[in-house]
Design a binder for this molecule. Structure first.
Ligand SMILES: O=C(O)CCC(=O)C(=O)O
Ligand SMILES: [Fe+2]
Length: 351
Protein backbone atom coordinates (compact mmCIF):
# COMPACT_ATOMS: atom_id res chain seq x y z
CA UNK A 1 0.00 0.00 0.00
CA UNK A 2 1.34 3.47 -0.80
CA UNK A 3 0.53 6.50 1.29
CA UNK A 4 -1.62 9.10 -0.39
CA UNK A 5 0.32 12.00 1.16
CA UNK A 6 2.41 12.33 -1.98
CA UNK A 7 -0.70 12.38 -4.17
CA UNK A 8 -2.35 14.99 -1.93
CA UNK A 9 0.73 17.20 -2.34
CA UNK A 10 0.49 16.75 -6.10
CA UNK A 11 -3.21 17.70 -6.05
CA UNK A 12 -2.39 20.90 -4.16
CA UNK A 13 0.13 21.81 -6.81
CA UNK A 14 -2.35 21.53 -9.67
CA UNK A 15 -3.01 24.89 -11.28
CA UNK A 16 -4.73 24.12 -14.57
CA UNK A 17 -6.86 21.58 -16.43
CA UNK A 18 -3.62 20.38 -18.03
CA UNK A 19 -2.22 19.62 -14.55
CA UNK A 20 -5.40 17.67 -13.65
CA UNK A 21 -5.02 15.47 -16.75
CA UNK A 22 -1.34 14.93 -16.01
CA UNK A 23 -2.04 13.84 -12.44
CA UNK A 24 -5.00 11.60 -13.29
CA UNK A 25 -2.97 9.88 -16.01
CA UNK A 26 -0.13 9.30 -13.61
CA UNK A 27 -2.51 7.89 -10.96
CA UNK A 28 -3.93 5.26 -13.26
CA UNK A 29 -0.80 4.33 -15.18
CA UNK A 30 0.62 0.92 -14.36
CA UNK A 31 3.59 1.47 -12.08
CA UNK A 32 6.81 -0.44 -11.75
CA UNK A 33 5.05 -3.11 -9.61
CA UNK A 34 2.28 -3.67 -12.18
CA UNK A 35 -0.51 -1.97 -10.19
CA UNK A 36 -1.27 1.73 -10.63
CA UNK A 37 -0.72 4.17 -7.77
CA UNK A 38 -4.50 4.41 -7.34
CA UNK A 39 -4.91 0.65 -7.10
CA UNK A 40 -2.32 0.52 -4.36
CA UNK A 41 -4.34 2.83 -2.05
CA UNK A 42 -6.75 1.69 0.68
CA UNK A 43 -10.48 2.32 0.11
CA UNK A 44 -10.42 5.00 2.74
CA UNK A 45 -7.51 6.80 1.13
CA UNK A 46 -9.20 6.58 -2.27
CA UNK A 47 -12.38 8.17 -0.89
CA UNK A 48 -10.47 11.05 0.70
CA UNK A 49 -8.45 11.54 -2.42
CA UNK A 50 -11.55 11.64 -4.63
CA UNK A 51 -13.12 14.35 -2.45
CA UNK A 52 -9.97 16.43 -2.47
CA UNK A 53 -9.52 16.03 -6.20
CA UNK A 54 -13.13 17.08 -6.85
CA UNK A 55 -12.81 20.14 -4.63
CA UNK A 56 -9.54 21.20 -6.18
CA UNK A 57 -10.81 20.61 -9.76
CA UNK A 58 -13.85 22.79 -8.99
CA UNK A 59 -11.71 25.63 -7.71
CA UNK A 60 -9.39 25.42 -10.75
CA UNK A 61 -12.38 25.51 -13.09
CA UNK A 62 -13.91 28.47 -11.29
CA UNK A 63 -10.60 30.32 -11.46
CA UNK A 64 -10.26 29.56 -15.16
CA UNK A 65 -13.81 30.72 -15.92
CA UNK A 66 -13.18 33.95 -14.05
CA UNK A 67 -9.96 34.41 -15.98
CA UNK A 68 -11.86 34.03 -19.29
CA UNK A 69 -14.40 36.65 -18.20
CA UNK A 70 -11.58 39.00 -17.20
CA UNK A 71 -9.78 38.56 -20.52
CA UNK A 72 -13.00 39.29 -22.40
CA UNK A 73 -13.57 42.43 -20.37
CA UNK A 74 -10.05 43.75 -20.86
CA UNK A 75 -9.84 42.91 -24.56
CA UNK A 76 -13.33 44.10 -25.55
CA UNK A 77 -14.65 46.71 -23.14
CA UNK A 78 -11.85 48.33 -21.16
CA UNK A 79 -10.52 51.65 -22.50
CA UNK A 80 -6.79 51.78 -21.71
CA UNK A 81 -5.26 55.02 -20.56
CA UNK A 82 -2.05 54.29 -22.41
CA UNK A 83 -2.73 52.10 -25.50
CA UNK A 84 0.98 52.15 -26.38
CA UNK A 85 1.69 49.73 -23.52
CA UNK A 86 -0.31 46.98 -25.18
CA UNK A 87 1.73 46.65 -28.39
CA UNK A 88 5.29 45.40 -28.11
CA UNK A 89 7.75 48.13 -29.03
CA UNK A 90 11.32 47.41 -27.89
CA UNK A 91 12.50 51.03 -28.25
CA UNK A 92 9.69 52.26 -26.01
CA UNK A 93 9.68 49.40 -23.51
CA UNK A 94 13.34 48.65 -22.94
CA UNK A 95 16.11 50.57 -21.21
CA UNK A 96 18.63 51.90 -23.79
CA UNK A 97 21.47 50.22 -21.85
CA UNK A 98 19.66 46.86 -22.04
CA UNK A 99 19.09 47.34 -25.79
CA UNK A 100 22.84 47.85 -26.20
CA UNK A 101 23.31 44.23 -25.06
CA UNK A 102 21.84 43.02 -28.37
CA UNK A 103 22.37 43.35 -32.09
CA UNK A 104 18.86 43.77 -33.47
CA UNK A 105 18.01 43.02 -37.10
CA UNK A 106 14.76 44.53 -38.33
CA UNK A 107 12.53 43.84 -41.33
CA UNK A 108 11.49 46.58 -43.80
CA UNK A 109 8.30 47.20 -41.79
CA UNK A 110 10.35 47.85 -38.62
CA UNK A 111 9.45 44.52 -36.96
CA UNK A 112 12.30 42.70 -35.24
CA UNK A 113 13.56 39.79 -37.34
CA UNK A 114 16.46 38.56 -35.24
CA UNK A 115 18.16 39.44 -31.97
CA UNK A 116 21.73 38.43 -31.22
CA UNK A 117 23.30 38.86 -27.78
CA UNK A 118 26.35 41.11 -27.66
CA UNK A 119 28.51 39.34 -25.08
CA UNK A 120 30.85 42.28 -24.54
CA UNK A 121 27.97 44.65 -23.80
CA UNK A 122 26.35 42.08 -21.48
CA UNK A 123 29.59 42.00 -19.47
CA UNK A 124 29.54 45.79 -19.31
CA UNK A 125 25.89 46.17 -18.22
CA UNK A 126 24.97 43.02 -16.28
CA UNK A 127 26.18 42.63 -12.72
CA UNK A 128 26.79 39.02 -11.72
CA UNK A 129 25.87 38.89 -8.02
CA UNK A 130 26.83 35.21 -7.70
CA UNK A 131 24.70 32.09 -7.20
CA UNK A 132 23.00 32.62 -10.60
CA UNK A 133 21.68 36.03 -9.55
CA UNK A 134 22.06 38.92 -12.01
CA UNK A 135 21.15 42.58 -11.85
CA UNK A 136 20.71 44.63 -15.02
CA UNK A 137 18.95 47.61 -16.57
CA UNK A 138 15.76 46.30 -18.24
CA UNK A 139 12.78 48.63 -18.68
CA UNK A 140 12.63 52.29 -19.76
CA UNK A 141 11.45 54.83 -17.20
CA UNK A 142 8.71 55.89 -19.63
CA UNK A 143 7.27 52.36 -19.79
CA UNK A 144 7.48 52.04 -15.97
CA UNK A 145 5.59 55.30 -15.52
CA UNK A 146 2.95 54.39 -18.11
CA UNK A 147 2.39 50.98 -16.54
CA UNK A 148 1.91 52.51 -13.08
CA UNK A 149 -0.48 55.11 -14.53
CA UNK A 150 -2.41 52.32 -16.25
CA UNK A 151 -2.66 50.38 -12.96
CA UNK A 152 -3.95 53.51 -11.19
CA UNK A 153 -6.45 54.06 -14.01
CA UNK A 154 -7.60 50.43 -13.69
CA UNK A 155 -7.98 50.76 -9.95
CA UNK A 156 -10.20 53.83 -10.38
CA UNK A 157 -12.45 52.13 -12.94
CA UNK A 158 -15.27 50.35 -11.07
CA UNK A 159 -15.63 47.43 -13.49
CA UNK A 160 -11.92 46.94 -14.09
CA UNK A 161 -11.04 47.09 -10.40
CA UNK A 162 -13.52 44.29 -9.67
CA UNK A 163 -11.52 42.04 -11.96
CA UNK A 164 -7.95 42.90 -11.07
CA UNK A 165 -7.65 41.79 -7.48
CA UNK A 166 -7.34 38.15 -6.70
CA UNK A 167 -5.18 35.41 -5.40
CA UNK A 168 -2.26 35.20 -7.81
CA UNK A 169 0.50 33.82 -5.72
CA UNK A 170 -0.23 32.47 -2.31
CA UNK A 171 1.94 35.10 -0.61
CA UNK A 172 0.60 38.52 -1.53
CA UNK A 173 -3.01 37.79 -2.37
CA UNK A 174 -4.75 41.14 -2.37
CA UNK A 175 -2.64 43.59 -4.27
CA UNK A 176 -1.13 41.67 -7.19
CA UNK A 177 -2.43 42.32 -10.69
CA UNK A 178 -2.17 39.64 -13.34
CA UNK A 179 -0.51 40.71 -16.58
CA UNK A 180 -2.63 38.17 -18.46
CA UNK A 181 -5.89 39.54 -17.05
CA UNK A 182 -5.14 43.07 -18.18
CA UNK A 183 -4.14 42.02 -21.70
CA UNK A 184 -0.37 42.52 -21.48
CA UNK A 185 0.61 38.87 -21.96
CA UNK A 186 1.57 39.25 -25.63
CA UNK A 187 3.96 42.07 -24.77
CA UNK A 188 5.64 40.02 -22.04
CA UNK A 189 5.75 36.93 -24.30
CA UNK A 190 7.62 38.91 -26.98
CA UNK A 191 9.96 40.44 -24.40
CA UNK A 192 10.83 36.93 -23.16
CA UNK A 193 11.10 35.36 -26.59
CA UNK A 194 13.23 38.09 -28.17
CA UNK A 195 15.37 39.29 -25.27
CA UNK A 196 15.12 37.30 -22.02
CA UNK A 197 15.55 33.91 -23.66
CA UNK A 198 18.85 34.72 -25.43
CA UNK A 199 20.32 36.62 -22.50
CA UNK A 200 19.31 33.88 -20.02
CA UNK A 201 20.82 31.30 -22.31
CA UNK A 202 24.10 33.18 -21.99
CA UNK A 203 23.86 33.99 -18.26
CA UNK A 204 22.83 30.47 -17.22
CA UNK A 205 25.29 28.77 -19.61
CA UNK A 206 22.77 27.08 -21.88
CA UNK A 207 20.42 25.68 -19.19
CA UNK A 208 17.50 27.82 -20.38
CA UNK A 209 17.62 27.45 -24.15
CA UNK A 210 13.83 27.58 -24.23
CA UNK A 211 11.35 29.51 -22.05
CA UNK A 212 7.96 28.48 -23.36
CA UNK A 213 5.62 29.91 -20.76
CA UNK A 214 5.26 32.78 -18.32
CA UNK A 215 3.04 33.92 -15.48
CA UNK A 216 3.54 37.61 -14.71
CA UNK A 217 2.08 40.10 -12.29
CA UNK A 218 2.50 43.55 -10.85
CA UNK A 219 3.18 43.58 -7.10
CA UNK A 220 2.38 46.56 -4.90
CA UNK A 221 3.53 47.49 -1.42
CA UNK A 222 2.00 50.32 0.55
CA UNK A 223 2.02 51.29 4.23
CA UNK A 224 -1.16 50.05 5.88
CA UNK A 225 -1.60 47.34 3.22
CA UNK A 226 1.10 44.88 2.16
CA UNK A 227 4.51 46.16 3.29
CA UNK A 228 6.82 43.15 2.83
CA UNK A 229 7.05 39.59 1.57
CA UNK A 230 8.27 36.59 3.58
CA UNK A 231 11.15 34.39 2.51
CA UNK A 232 10.06 31.98 -0.23
CA UNK A 233 10.97 30.36 -3.51
CA UNK A 234 8.97 31.01 -6.69
CA UNK A 235 6.99 28.52 -8.71
CA UNK A 236 9.10 29.47 -11.73
CA UNK A 237 12.25 28.25 -13.39
CA UNK A 238 13.62 31.75 -13.69
CA UNK A 239 12.16 34.97 -12.29
CA UNK A 240 12.64 38.48 -13.65
CA UNK A 241 11.90 41.09 -10.99
CA UNK A 242 11.74 44.69 -12.28
CA UNK A 243 11.30 47.83 -10.19
CA UNK A 244 8.60 50.07 -11.69
CA UNK A 245 8.83 52.79 -9.03
CA UNK A 246 7.16 54.91 -7.67
CA UNK A 247 8.65 56.82 -4.74
CA UNK A 248 9.41 54.55 -1.79
CA UNK A 249 11.95 53.77 0.91
CA UNK A 250 12.89 50.28 2.10
CA UNK A 251 11.58 47.25 0.20
CA UNK A 252 15.03 45.73 -0.39
CA UNK A 253 14.98 42.20 -1.73
CA UNK A 254 17.13 39.64 0.06
CA UNK A 255 18.38 36.25 -1.03
CA UNK A 256 19.34 33.07 0.82
CA UNK A 257 20.41 29.74 -0.53
CA UNK A 258 18.98 27.67 -3.35
CA UNK A 259 16.10 25.28 -2.59
CA UNK A 260 17.58 22.05 -1.24
CA UNK A 261 20.95 23.63 -0.48
CA UNK A 262 19.74 24.97 2.86
CA UNK A 263 21.29 22.97 5.69
CA UNK A 264 20.58 24.95 8.88
CA UNK A 265 17.36 25.18 10.86
CA UNK A 266 17.67 28.96 11.30
CA UNK A 267 16.64 30.48 8.02
CA UNK A 268 17.90 33.96 9.02
CA UNK A 269 21.46 32.63 9.01
CA UNK A 270 20.96 31.79 5.40
CA UNK A 271 20.52 35.33 4.10
CA UNK A 272 23.44 35.99 1.83
CA UNK A 273 22.64 39.01 -0.34
CA UNK A 274 20.51 42.11 -0.29
CA UNK A 275 19.54 44.27 -3.25
CA UNK A 276 18.09 47.77 -3.32
CA UNK A 277 15.51 48.26 -6.05
CA UNK A 278 16.22 50.95 -8.70
CA UNK A 279 13.72 52.24 -11.21
CA UNK A 280 13.66 50.16 -14.41
CA UNK A 281 16.45 47.93 -13.19
CA UNK A 282 15.79 44.31 -12.41
CA UNK A 283 17.05 40.98 -11.21
CA UNK A 284 17.11 37.68 -13.01
CA UNK A 285 17.22 34.77 -10.57
CA UNK A 286 16.38 31.10 -10.32
CA UNK A 287 12.86 30.36 -9.06
CA UNK A 288 14.56 27.98 -6.61
CA UNK A 289 16.52 30.83 -5.02
CA UNK A 290 15.14 31.67 -1.55
CA UNK A 291 14.21 35.36 -1.36
CA UNK A 292 11.92 37.86 0.34
CA UNK A 293 11.22 41.59 0.41
CA UNK A 294 11.93 43.88 3.37
CA UNK A 295 9.29 46.26 4.70
CA UNK A 296 8.82 49.51 2.85
CA UNK A 297 9.08 52.39 5.31
CA UNK A 298 7.36 54.99 3.14
CA UNK A 299 5.73 55.49 -0.25
CA UNK A 300 4.21 53.03 -2.69
CA UNK A 301 6.31 50.40 -4.44
CA UNK A 302 5.35 48.69 -7.69
CA UNK A 303 7.24 45.78 -9.25
CA UNK A 304 6.78 43.73 -12.39
CA UNK A 305 7.42 40.05 -11.65
CA UNK A 306 7.80 37.60 -14.53
CA UNK A 307 7.86 33.89 -13.74
CA UNK A 308 9.26 32.10 -16.78
CA UNK A 309 9.08 28.37 -17.38
CA UNK A 310 11.24 25.95 -19.30
CA UNK A 311 9.66 22.59 -20.17
CA UNK A 312 13.03 20.88 -20.24
CA UNK A 313 14.01 22.16 -16.79
CA UNK A 314 10.54 21.42 -15.30
CA UNK A 315 10.59 17.83 -16.45
CA UNK A 316 13.94 17.29 -14.75
CA UNK A 317 12.63 17.78 -11.23
CA UNK A 318 10.06 16.07 -9.09
CA UNK A 319 6.68 17.87 -9.20
CA UNK A 320 6.16 16.94 -5.56
CA UNK A 321 9.28 18.09 -3.70
CA UNK A 322 10.58 20.20 -6.61
CA UNK A 323 14.14 19.03 -6.24
CA UNK A 324 16.25 18.43 -9.29
CA UNK A 325 17.22 14.93 -10.30
CA UNK A 326 17.24 13.52 -6.78
CA UNK A 327 18.69 10.14 -7.64
CA UNK A 328 18.41 8.80 -11.13
CA UNK A 329 18.53 5.10 -11.73
CA UNK A 330 19.85 3.72 -14.97
CA UNK A 331 16.34 2.75 -15.98
CA UNK A 332 15.46 5.13 -18.75
CA UNK A 333 12.17 6.56 -17.50
CA UNK A 334 12.42 6.27 -13.73
CA UNK A 335 13.93 8.77 -11.31
CA UNK A 336 14.12 7.91 -7.64
CA UNK A 337 12.87 10.56 -5.30
CA UNK A 338 12.68 10.80 -1.52
CA UNK A 339 8.96 11.58 -1.85
CA UNK A 340 8.03 8.07 -2.89
CA UNK A 341 9.81 4.92 -3.98
CA UNK A 342 9.70 5.90 -7.60
CA UNK A 343 8.63 9.04 -9.37
CA UNK A 344 7.70 8.27 -12.93
CA UNK A 345 8.86 10.79 -15.47
CA UNK A 346 6.65 10.58 -18.52
CA UNK A 347 7.49 12.05 -21.90
CA UNK A 348 4.31 14.09 -21.52
CA UNK A 349 6.07 17.04 -19.85
CA UNK A 350 4.16 19.43 -17.63
CA UNK A 351 3.76 23.08 -18.74
O1 LIG B 1 8.59 42.43 -4.09
C1 LIG B 1 9.52 41.93 -4.67
O2 LIG B 1 10.42 42.58 -5.19
C2 LIG B 1 9.57 40.42 -4.77
C3 LIG B 1 8.27 39.79 -5.15
C4 LIG B 1 8.37 38.31 -5.21
O3 LIG B 1 9.37 37.73 -4.89
C5 LIG B 1 7.22 37.50 -5.64
O4 LIG B 1 6.13 38.05 -5.83
O5 LIG B 1 7.40 36.28 -5.81
FE1 LIG C 1 9.27 35.66 -5.33
Amino acid sequence: MTSNIVIITEIRQMNSREDICFLINSLFEAGSYGASRYERLTNDSRRRLRQLLEMHCRSIEEAEDLSTRKSEYFSQIYQPRCPRLFKFDADYMLDPAFLKCFKIQKQDDGQIRKVIVNTVMVQAHVEDMGNSLFSLPLISSEFCKDLIDEIKHLQKDNDASKYITGKLNSMNPLTNISIKDIGLSDVIDKFIELFIKPISNLLFSGVFTQLENQHSFVVQYQIGKTVDLALHTDNSDITINICLGEEFEGGEIYFGSLRGENKTANIDNEIKKEYKHKLGRGLIHLGAHLHGARKITSGHRYGLIIWAYSKAVRSSYCPCCRHYNRIRTNTEDIAQCICQPSFQLTTNNKK
